[in-house]
Ligand binder design. Structure first.
Ligand code: AMP
Ligand code: TRP
Length: 329
C-alpha cells in the first residue's frame, strides 16, 4: 500500500486555509492509504516563537487534527521531536543537498527577508522536511501549492542520496494537491496564513467567524450595494464554493453580478454555512480539550510506532553510508 506522509506546524491554530488546503484531504486519504501525519515542532522553531507557548500549541494542534477527523485507528499521528531519527536522517541528507538549491527556495527568501539575522535552520528547513518523508519512505505527500517547491527539492535529495550511495533506497515523493490548493486570507490578496493575521480559525466561535468575515475584502467594484460585481475575483465567492450548496453558489454569483444584494448579505450566508460546517469539529475539539490525557495517549502511541520504523531506516542508512556500528556494551 502506498504510504502518505504530511506535516503541519504548531505555529498557530488550525485555520480554514490549511484545513481546506491540506487537512480535509488527509481525512479522505486515510480510507485508501497508510498515513502518517506529523506535527512538525522542529520546523516551527526555525522562526521566532514563544517557548512557553509551544507545548500548548502542539497539544491544541493535535486536538484540532483529531477533531477534524484524523482517526488514530487508521492513521499514525505524532509529534516530530518525539522521534529523534528525523534530525539524524536530516544530517545524512544534509551532505548531499546543494547549498544553491536551498538558497533558491521561495519560502526561505520570503521568511529570511523578514528577519534581521537569518538562522541556518531556516535555510536547512527543506532538508528536515525531506527527512520527514523519506524516513518512512513515503511516496505521496498531500500539501497546498506553497509546498510544491519543497517537494521538488525532496525528490532531488532522494535522487542524489541514491546516486551517491549506489542504492535505489529512497522513493521520490510526489505531491497530492487538493482542489483548494491556495486559500486566500480575509484581505483577499495574500494566502491565508497565521503570520499575516488574515485567518479564520477552524475552532473560532460563530461570533468570531462573523466578526472576521464582516469586514473581509470583496470585489472593490462593489462600492455600494447597488454596484454590480464580478464574483470570479471575489474571495468570498471562492469560499462559498467550499462551504455552500451548488444552488447557493449559483445564486450568490447571480446576485453579485446583478447587484441583487449587498456584500454583507452574501457574507451572512457564507458565515452561516461555515459555522454549520465547522460546528461538529468545534464540538469534538471541546471534548478533547477536557480530556488532554487522551490526546497525549494518541501521540505516545504514534511516536512509538514511528520510532520503530524510523530506526529500521536509520540502521540501513548508517550501514550504506559506511559508519562504524556502535558495539554492544
Ligand atoms: P503550515 O500551517 O504552514 O504548516 O501548512 C500546513 C499545510 O496547509 C500545508 O500543506 C500547506 O500547504 C497548507 N496550507 C497552509 N496555508 C494554506 C492556504 N492558505 N491555502 C491552502 N493550503 C494551505
Ligand atoms: N513545510 C510544511 C509547511 O509549512 C510542513 C511540513 C514539514 C511538511 N514536514 C513536512 C509537509 C513533510 C509535508 C511533508 O506546510
Amino acid at each position: 500500500m502506498p504510504r502518505v506522509f504530511s506535516g503541519i506546524q504548531p505555529s498557530g491554530e488550525l485555520h480554514v486555509g490549511n484545513y481546506l488546503g491540506a487537512v480535509r484531504n488527509w481525512v479522505e486519504l486515510q480510507r485508501e492509504f497508510e498515513c502518517f501525519f506529523c506535527i512538525v515542532d522542529l520546523h516551527a522553531v526555525t522562526q521566532p516563537y514563544e517557548p512557553r507557548e509551544l507545548e500548548s500549541r502542539t497539544l491544541d494542534m493535535a486536538a484540532s487534527l483529531l477533531a477534524a477527523g484524523i482517526d488514530p485507528a487508521r492513521s499514525t499521528l505524532f509529534v516530530q521531536s518525539h522521534v529523534p531519527q528525523h534530525t539524524a536522517l536530516a544530517w545524512a541528507l544534509n551532505v548531499v543537498t546543494p547549498l544553491g538549491e536551498l538558497e533558491r527556495m521561495t519560502q526561505f527568501k520570503e521568511k529570511s527577508a523578514r528577519l534581521s539575522s537569518v538562522p541556518a535552520g531556516l535555510l536547512n528547513y527543506p532538508i528536515l522536511q525531506a527527512a520527514d518523508i523519506l524516513l518512512y519512505r513515503a511516496d505521496r505527500v498531500p500539501v497546498g501549492d506553497d509546498q510544491i517547491q519543497h517537494l521538488e527539492l525532496a525528490r532531488e535529495i532522494a535522487r542524489r542520496w541514491n546516486a551517491r550511495f549506489g542504492r535505489d533506497f529512497f522513493p521520490e515523493p510526489q505531491p497530492l494537491l487538493s482542489p483548494a490548493t491556495r486559500i486566500m486570507g480575509l484581505d483577499g490578496a495574500t494566502k491565508m496564513s497565521k503570520s499575516l493575521g488574515n485567518t479564520i480559525g477552524v475552532l473560532d466561535s460563530p461570533e468570531a467567524i462573523w466578526e472576521k468575515l464582516r469586514p473581509a475584502m470583496t470585489d472593490p467594484a462593489r462600492k455600494t450595494r447597488y454596484d454590480p460585481g464580478n464574483p470570479d475575483i471575489c474571495n468570498i465567492y471562492r469560499l462559498h464554493q467550499f462551504f455552500s450548496s451548488g444552488a447557493e453558489v449559483a445564486m450568490v454569483a447571480e446576485r453579485c453580478r446583478t447587484a441583487g444584494w449587498g456584500c454583507l448579505d452574501c457574507k451572512r450566508v457564507l458565515a452561516d454555512n461555515m459555522i454549520a460546517a465547522l460546528a461538529p469539529i468545534r464540538e469534538r475539539a471541546a471534548e478533547l480539550r477536557d480530556n488532554p490525557g487522551r490526546v497525549r495517549e494518541v501521540l505516545a502511541a504514534g511516536a512509538a510506532r514511528c520510532r520503530a520504523l524510523a530506526e529500521a531506516t536509520m540502521a540501513a542508512v548508517r550501514e550504506v553510508m559506511g559508519f562504524l556500528a556502535a558495539a554492544e556494551e
